[in-house]
Design a protein around this ligand. Structure first.
Ligand code: NAP
Length: 106
């Protein structure tokens, strides 16, 4: 996928679960992804989300804790530094279930 077909996504809460799967599938199909995690480590590189052959410029990891205004502001400041950034889609996935997950019963 290239040019106009390649979309840029911001996925907030990408360390596991649905957010992780979003990043994995988007990278595999050739989109560009900015993925946020609460505690970024060296492990949070492309290989954390997919073993597919992905353009390194297509995956950026940012830090964001949505319960912290300071963290959100800092994340936005980091986003503002990305040259010519245009976000096509934003997924605010971060959160926790407050009731049993019907799929797993947990
Ligand atoms: N799975 C379902 O059946 C289901 C159904 C309805 C709605 N949902 C909603 O869909 C979303 C994802 O569900 P999931 O099953 O994928 O959940 P999950 O496996 O528990 O993953 C939650 C994700 O949100 C991140 N997160 C939690 N608190 C955060 C915070 N304060 N700031 C930033 N990131 C935070 C977690 O990061 P850490 O690794 O740092 O904790 C993790 O990446 C949740 O909002 C959930 O309520 C899920």
């Amino acid at each position: 996928m290239a040019g106009a077909e390649c979309k840029t996504w911001l996925i907030v809460g990408a360390s596991r679960g649905i957010g992780h799967e979003f990043v994995s599938q988007l990278l595999k199909r050739g989109d560009r992804v900015l993925a946020t995690v609460r505690k970024p480590t060296e492990e949070h590189a492309i290989a954390y989300w997919t073993d597919a052959n992905v353009d390194p410029s297509h995956c950026t990891t940012l830090k964001c804790d949505v319960l912290s205004e300071e963290s959100i502001d800092s994340c936005v400041a980091e986003l503002a530094k990305v040259p010519q950034l245009r976000l096509d889609q934003v997924v605010i996935n971060a959160g926790v279930l407050k009731y049993p997950n019907h799929a797993t019963g947990v």
